[in-house]
Structure formats: C-alpha cells, structure tokens
Write a protein that binds this ligand. Structure first.
Ligand SMILES: Nc1nc2c(ncn2[C@@H]2O[C@H](COP(=O)(O)OP(=O)(O)OP(=O)(O)O)[C@@H](O)[C@H]2O)c(=O)[nH]1
Ligand SMILES: [Mg+2]
Length: 435
C-alpha cells in the first residue's frame, strides 16, 4: 500500500542537544532530500543504508547547517517506505528551519506516532510491537524497559501464534470428527490443546497486574497517627531527608510527594499529616487530605508506633490495598498483632522485608523473563479469548468449533488483525511526534 503523502517531524527531544534529527518518510522523501542537501552524492542516487556528509540548504541556497543524511530505501526502513534522516546540530533554530524547509518542499507535519503507524500498516510490525515501541520510549525503570524490549522482539505475538496453532489443530480435529464420525478423534487432539491454551491464557492474565504497574507505576500513601514515623519511613525508603522529622506530633501538615523506583516500579511516595482530632484548622485540613489520599492510592502503608500503647486507626481502605506496619521497632514492642509487619526507620530493620512485600503486592509473581500483558487492550482480548476457549471445553463439538473460531478472532485482534481504525487511532495518539 503506497501512501501519497510524505511526512516529516523532528524526532529528537525538544530543546538543545548535541545532535538533532529530522525524519522524512514517504514517496517524496528522497526528492525532498535532493533539494535540501548539498554534498558529494545525491541522496536519491545513493544506495539505501548509506550516510552522506554535506550541507543542508534553505530556499535561497544558504547553508542552514552541516550534517549527515541517512538514506533508507523502502521496504528496508522503519516505516517500510523511503526514509531520510537529517542529522544536524541539536539546535532549536536549525531543526525548526529544516522542518519548515521540508514542509515548503511538500512534506506534511507528522501526527504523533505516525512513523510507527506506517510501519504497522506496511506490515513491518504488529500492533503488540507498536505498543511496545511506545512503552519503551516511556519506560522509567529497568523492568519496564525489559518488558518493552521483549514486546518489541515479538514475544507476545509469538505466544499468540503458538496458541492459535493449537486452536486450529483442535478445530480441524473437530471438523474431522463431524465429517467422519465413525473414525473418532483422539483426546489429545480435541481436549489437550484447549486445556493448554486455557492455562496459557490464564497465566498471561496473571501477568497483567505486573505489566500495568511496571508501566504506569503506583501511588503509595503513608498514613498513621501523628508521630507514628511516617516522614522518617519515607526518608528511609528514599535514602535522603526529603520530609521534615521532629519529635513534635503534628509536624507534617500538608502532604508531600516523592518519586522513586522501588522493586522495578515507578513509585510516588506520599507523606501525609498524622490523623487525629484537632482544633487547628490547618492541621484538620491536612488530616482530611491524608484520608482522601489514602482512599485514592494504589497502596496504603498504615503505620503504628510499636513502642507506645496502642492507638488504633481505622481507615476506609480495603485489606488488599493495605500494608500494616509497626514502626520504631528498635525502641521495643509494647503490643503484638501479627497483621503488622515490624520496621525501624532508624536501624533499617524490616525494610528489606517491606520491599519484598511491596514487590509481591504490586507485581505478583510473574517471571521476569516472560512478556507481561501491558495494555488494557491486550487484557481485554485475552479475557475474551479465554472465555471462548472455556466455552469450547464445555460445549458439544458443533458449538465448540464456533467458540474456537471466536477465540482465534481475539488472538488475531491482539496482533492487530481486524481491529477498527478507532482502536488504532487510540493507540498511536499517545505516541511522541517523530516516532
Ligand atoms: N527510635 C526511632 N525513632 C523514630 C523512628 N521513626 C521515627 N522516629 C522518631 O519519631 C519522631 C516522629 O517521627 P516522624 O517521622 O516525624 O513521624 P510522623 O509520623 O511523620 O509524624 P507527623 O508528621 O507529626 O504526623 C521523631 O522524633 C523521629 O526521630 C524509628 O524507627 N526509631
Ligand atoms: Mg511527618
């Protein structure tokens, strides 16, 4: 499929840098390059995969900058079309002028993610891989990067293909059975592949939580009575003194956020005001905020001082989003409750166990070496596929065959076959311009 228009964008980040890149893709990319570039060779008469050194010119023939021009001839390029990259000094003015010149010569400004969209439409990558490109660009942690790289290499699509193969095998077994009922079909062709696919889909769904966390991160609120040690624990987890700590109850009044990576997840830690009844209007407003933040956080660390008589605090947070901590354990423990995990911000005792608990709660236990489901779109398709595989297991042959076909449809949708334009738009809208 040949697209008529040629797109252009600045592909490097905004602002000054050592190098900046303007990228062109489409049928006129080489023609525009010929007009903008002056060097020993002419871009359109160069073999793909080459780079040329020369000058980039404006309309009057004056030099905008010196630089390097890279030529990729379709279909051997990122988008599958002719692609040209103009590498110059990373100057806002140089890049802006080059971009305008390309538009003057007939290119159109690219939409966010339009280069990758073209790569997808040209069949250079499937939709899972396109999503992984964006995930990689936005990856904030090592875990997120690893996952995106796996996705980019096609790990998810490979698993889909393996499952589709098994489903097709069952379908033909059923077909044979319907056509030649007297022959009979061995169990391993009819049931076993379905059971295997069922297990595999369930397993994939179990990775969704980790996938979402690794990509989107989590908000962790520290809640407790005044002086419970919230600010001290925040500082201990961060590794520096971010929040003010004093022996005076009511030190933290407004909430405070700090960002860090914990167990491979981008985390926003939120220190809050100690919860108590108070006449002080400022403190009362802080307490109200604290409780609200707790309700909206992905996880609440509820802190209580182990060295003081119990002063229970009830919060409106469901158990699965709650980790109870007994603080200042170095000062001794005057009460016991095995729902509480002991920690000390001063000695660091219990912090490794807390990190481990956070890893389990936030990520579950998926293997780091396998690909995790990372988008709502993927989770939905896998959920539906699983539903139909389960139906196929419980229904008689004629109906099972139809259910398998539906399951196959959802697996195909995952890699981008038969998806609506709307879904595709939605995915690429979140991309950067120039990718
Ligand atoms: N020995 C010991 N002291 C601690 C520990 N954690 C906090 N403290 C002390 O307890 C006091 C209160 O600590 P903060 O971290 O300010 O407590 P907070 O929960 O933030 O208090 P508010 O901001 O008032 O709600 C300070 O004097 C800290 O030094 C701990 O693990 N061990
Ligand atoms: Mg505090």
């Amino acid at each position: 499929m040949i697209r008529a228009d040629t797109i252009v964008a600045i592909s490097t980040a905004q602002g000054e840098g050592a190098i900046g890149i303007v990228r062109l893709s489409g049928p006129r990319a080489l023609d525009i390059a010929d007009q903008i570039f002056a060097g020993k060779r002419v871009p359109s008469r160069t073999r793909g995969g080459r780079f040329l050194y020369g000058r980039f010119l404006d309309r009057a023939g004056e030099t905008i900058d010196e630089g390097i021009l890279l030529v990729f001839k379709g279909p051997n390029s990122y988008t599958g079309e002719d692609v040209v990259e103009l590498q110059t000094h990373g100057s806002v003015s140089v890049l802006g002028t080059l971009l305008s010149r390309c538009v003057e010569l007939g290119a159109r400004l690219a939409q966010p993610g339009e280069f990758t969209l073209r790569a997808f439409l040209e069949g250079r990558m499937d939709l899972n891989q396109a999503e992984a490109v964006n995930a990689l660009i936005h990856a904030q942690t090592d875990t997120a990067r690893r996952q995106a790289t796996l996705g980019l290499q096609g790990a998810l699509s490979q698993r889909m293909d393996d499952m589709a193969f098994k489903l097709v095998r069952t379908m033909s077994a059923i077909q044979a059975m319907l056509d030649y009922p007297e022959e009979g079909v061995p169990e391993e062709d009819r049931i076993t592949p379905l059971l295997e696919v069922q297990t595999e889909l369930q397993h994939l769904l179990d990775t969704a939580k980790a996938g979402k966390m690794a990509q989107q991160g989590a908000r962790l609120a520290l809640l407790g009575r005044p002086n419970a040690g919230k600010s001290s624990l925040l500082n201990a987890l961060l590794g520096y003194e971010r929040s003010i700590v004093t022996p005076i109850a009511g030190t933290t009044r407004d909430y405070l956020e700090a960002h860090m990576e914990l167990v491979g997840v981008p985390i926003t830690l939120i220190d809050t005001a100690g919860v108590r009844e108070t006449e002080d209007v400022i403190e009362a407003a802080g307490v109200e905020r604290a409780l609200k933040l707790g309700e909206n956080a992905d996880l609440v660390l509820l802190l209580e001082d182990a060295s003081q008589p119990r002063e229970d605090l009830e919060v409106a947070v469901p158990e699965e989003r709650l980790i109870r901590l007994q603080t200042k354990i170095d000062l001794g423990q005057v009460w016991h409750d095995n729902r509480y995990q002991p920690v000390s911000a001063v000695t660091g005792a219990g912090l490794p166990e807390l990190r481990e608990r956070l890893r389990e709660t936030l990520l579950g236990d998926p293997s780091r070496n396998e690909v995790w489901l990372s988008s709502e779109r993927q989770v939905q398709a896998v959920t539906f596929a699983l539903e139909h595989v389960q139906n196929a297991l419980s229904l008689p042959d004629e109906l099972a065959s139809y259910e398998i076909e539906l399951a196959l449809g959802y697996l195909a949708e995952l890699s981008g076959k038969n998806v609506s334009e709307e879904v595709i738009d939605q995915i690429f809208r979140n991309f950067c311009v120039g990718k």
